[in-house]
Ligand binder design. Sequence first.
Ligand SMILES: Nc1nc2c(ncn2[C@@H]2O[C@H](COP(=O)(O)OP(=O)(O)OP(=O)(O)O)[C@@H](O)[C@H]2O)c(=O)[nH]1
Ligand SMILES: [Mg+2]
Length: 643
Amino acid sequence: MSAPKVPTVIFIGQPNSGKSTLFNSIAGHKAETSNFPGTSIKHTHSRVNIEGRLLDIVDLPGTYSLCTTDPAEQIVLTHLFSERPDLVVNVVDASTLSRGLELTLELVELGYPMIVALNMMDVAERKGILVDAPGIEKLLVAPVTPTIAAHGRGVKELLERAFEVLDKGQSLRTLRFAGDVEEKVAEVEHLLPPGFPIIANPRFTAIKLIETAGHACGDFLGEVEPGLKETVDRVRRAIEERRGAPAYEVISAERHHQAMKLFEETGRVLHGKRMTWDKKVDAVLMHPVLGYVILAAVFLAFFFIIFKVGSPLESLLLEPFNKLKEALAARLGDGLLFFLAEGLIQGVGGGVAIVLPYFLPLLFLMSALEDLGYLARAGFLLDAFMHRIGLHGKSISPFILGFGCNVPAIVSTRILESQRDRVLTSILIPFIPCSARTTIVLALVAFYLGPLWAMGFYAANILVVAAIGWVISRFIKEPSPGLILEIPSLKAPRLVSILRKTWLQVHSFIKFAWPLLIGGSLVLSLLSYFRADRWINDILAPLVVKGLGLPHELGVTLVFGFLRKELSLIMMLQALGVDYQNLLTAISREQIIVFTVFISFFIPCLSTFVILWKEIGKKWAFVSAGLSIGIALVLSWTVRLIL
Ligand SMILES: Nc1nc2c(ncn2[C@@H]2O[C@H](COP(=O)(O)OP(=O)(O)OP(=O)(O)O)[C@@H](O)[C@H]2O)c(=O)[nH]1
Ligand SMILES: [Mg+2]
């Protein structure tokens, strides 16, 4: 007897409705969550055991509808249409219920077994929105469970109802459109030729053909033969003539009308609560003048906190490593063994003492701001600025992610619809100072010249990004139409979620970056033991010494920096042969700035280059690398001249 098939359950819903949070509360921490629409861009899969029963659960990117050209949203369609799940869990944000229900109604049209998680019940309550879950359940004939995914509330009931539907099956009620539209749908439905690739059921397929003219739903509708195409076109024209609007608009208006009706019958907005505290807070946070003052203050505070935590820790933690090195030097003399030991200590010590003291608080605060919903608001404030550089507000979320790490930021450009926006955003992201570069700025500029200098450096960096964007966008044609940026509700950040997110990134630093750091440091030790670094430095001398006015020894450091940004810092100390605390004996403050400028704009790291290649192609990856090298050289040279 073969084992019974494990049922597949997918989580689907509009962006930021809490799918990943719900998924994590069932599967443990696997999917990324944040208070930012468009966080999940690929699916996350997990096999879970719920009281002895196995389930394959899948967290999907957010989607507004079942018809889309957005590449991230297309993943959802693939899962729905090709892989046909056994159960759909539709996660709806109860605080924006009437809008969320439109997708729910489309899922009802699809007709797969489904249940609804009415999530964010706490936010809805705070906004004075009362929702009658049993009422919706009665109208949809699908189980509806109120949940607060962030606190794990209602999850158990949701799972119980999931098993109920999986065991007993379900027949959903079809909600019909207005008579004239329904008639036209039936017309197409009956003319579908035998063997036509039906998605879910003939009615759903007919609706999608009318809505999309057969081509905007990915490849799911297959080749539409001329006879059928003619029928569909005729029906579309008939609807258009009768209603005076394009057919797809008429259908979406029908669904909107159904959603509003459903909401009116089951939801109630308490008017006394209209001006809730979060609206008042938002009026200040997003105020056209005050908003920017607060934004600047938040970032200022952000830097000061990280610096105030990081720099004393750094000095404290470096002590033992320096002592160890001295002890080893006394014992091993200056043979190969000492060089290797020194390389190892520099690599390990650099990670523990220089990178982590800044990196950890940075990730922690960043996650907190993100979960609070402040980053999305910063995005709103910077929207106008984005338009200036030829992009629209939606690109702000990859940008903001880029401050953490450029690699996931580049992947997340998949949320952008047009290829032009994807390319432009992906080319700009490598100029955004990621956490590794921020660490360098803090450890070098802030530590040796003061935190204000670091902040100025940062501000200048953003301006340079804007300038580069402005110039490039003139070359890559037309900006795409503006898109309304969605602002999620303010939410109290949860410590568990922040700690988990921080850990996830620290973990990947330990796993991927640190070994590179140690390896790079060892290679450099070997190079200098065999004096091979000399001739690399000699070759680069005209550029490094004459051009940038930096010490001769730093040539190797500048080149190898592209392996990993944190490495440059450690390699710099190694190349100059000084301890971190004595840096100023080997290099001047002006040179520190020139060095940091070069490192900041030079190709961010190998992984970024690889991901660019994968996401937007070889040509653009090389364009980006070329740009980085050119801009790094020009800027650091200019800075040298100024100083
Ligand atoms: N107050 C409250 N916050 C919640 C609830 N569920 C999720 N959140 C928060 O809402 C934000 C969005 O949650 P996610 O799970 O990332 O949403 P998602 O649907 O996966 O979003 P995308 O992947 O962007 O489509 C996070 O900050 C969560 O902590 C809830 O029931 N109540
Ligand atoms: Mg998600």
